[in-house]
Design a binder for this molecule. Structure first.
Ligand code: SF4
Length: 319
């Protein structure tokens, strides 16, 4: 059974007692890697919208949360996590951050009060995606202040432990910055989710399996509670697309990615919750690989490998 891997849906059920969905929010932030404070170009794989193509940038935070309640998906769960998704969602003053997080929380309760249909809906969590160099003690303290009523987690991009590849990616922070951000967040009891990408471009063409081994060892050595994994994909309007067009970067094939994923899933610390194993670039901007837009190819493929090779042994979740 595939759910013996420590997947996030089961984890949420164990923590919140029921199915839990995320309400994705574009908080109107930017990123130090885009506004010129560190760089203007952004990471070479990052799309114009900082991975928030499906979000409505024109709507306020309040409107985004309220409009989510008109979607059918909401009927499928009673517990919700507010998820500030794209760009760097701690890149502002503490006052501004508080205002934005509070706006989202009050919009949730407003939607609940305004319709008896939503009376049973519960807000259980706040999840913030950001960069390690946008975390400090003050911000971690602010996040900690929500822990009285919400499960709070921060998703930090690492992508790779290899700082040479990271420079090539124009990541503009070091793996030590990542490590320091985890320490700061954990000091304030905030759950940390690392984001890694498999098959990244590097000076020599593409990162190797050795890079994956080192990245996983690094993560295993840190106080990290969750991980998001996906294969590197090429979207339009990026430097990576230029490299792909020139033939200097080739994404992993589905088979190659599945093999790397098997390694990762069987070598990660067992308590680390797997939040994602596939990417989800919008079809209209995805350039390559085409298999990336079919999540089931990865999920079903991994399930089959694990069943066939009995790789569940010793793995994770209580059955
Ligand atoms: S840090 Fe994140 S939002 Fe900023 S450029 Fe890199 S991937 Fe994009």
């Amino acid at each position: 059974m595939i759910n013996r891997i420590n997947y996030v849906n089961e984890y949420y059920r164990s923590v919140f007692g029921e199915r839990t969905l995320k309400i994705c929010i574009d908080g109107g932030f930017t990123c130090p890697n885009r506004d010129g404070s560190k760089s203007k170009g952004g990471c070479i794989f990052c799309s114009e919208r900082g991975s928030g193509e499906h979000l409505d940038q024109k709507q306020s935070i309040r409107e985004q949360v309220i409009s989510t309640f008109s979607k059918i998906k909401v009927q499928r769960a009673n517990s919700f996590i507010l998820y500030f998704q794209n760009y760097s969602n701690t890149y502002a003053s503490v006052q501004e951050l508080k205002q934005k997080y509070d706006d989202a929380i009050s919009a949730f309760y407003e939607a609940k009060i305004n319709s008896t249909k939503f009376a049973d809906k519960k807000l259980v969590g706040l999840q913030i995606a950001t960069r390690p160099d946008c975390i400090n003690d003050e911000i971690a303290e602010l996040l900690n202040s929500y822990r009285g009523s919400l499960h709070v987690s921060v998703e930090l991009g690492l992508q790779t432990i290899n700082d040479d590849s990271a420079n090539f990616l124009n990541r503009c922070y070091t793996s030590i910055d990542f490590q320091n951000a985890i320490r700061t967040l954990r000091k304030h009891d905030i759950d940390c989710i690392a984001h890694i990408i498999v098959g990244l471009p590097a000076k020599s063409g593409r990162e190797s399996h050795e890079d994956i081994i080192r990245t996983i060892n690094f993560i295993n050595g840190l106080d990290i509670q969750g991980i998001k994994i996906h294969s590197c994909y090429v979207v339009g309007g990026t430097v990576l697309k230029d490299l792909y067009d020139k033939g200097t970067y080739t994404p992993l094939s589905l088979e190659e990615y599945k093999q790397e994923l098997v390694y990762i899933l069987t070598h990660l610390r067992k308590d680390i919750v797997i939040h994602r194993i596939t990417g989800d670039a919008p079809k209209d901007i995805l350039v390559a690989p085409s298999w990336n837009s079919h999540k089931k190819l990865v999920i079903n493929g991994i399930t089959k490998i694990f069943e066939k090779e009995d790789l569940y042994q010793g793995m994770y979740y209580k059955s």
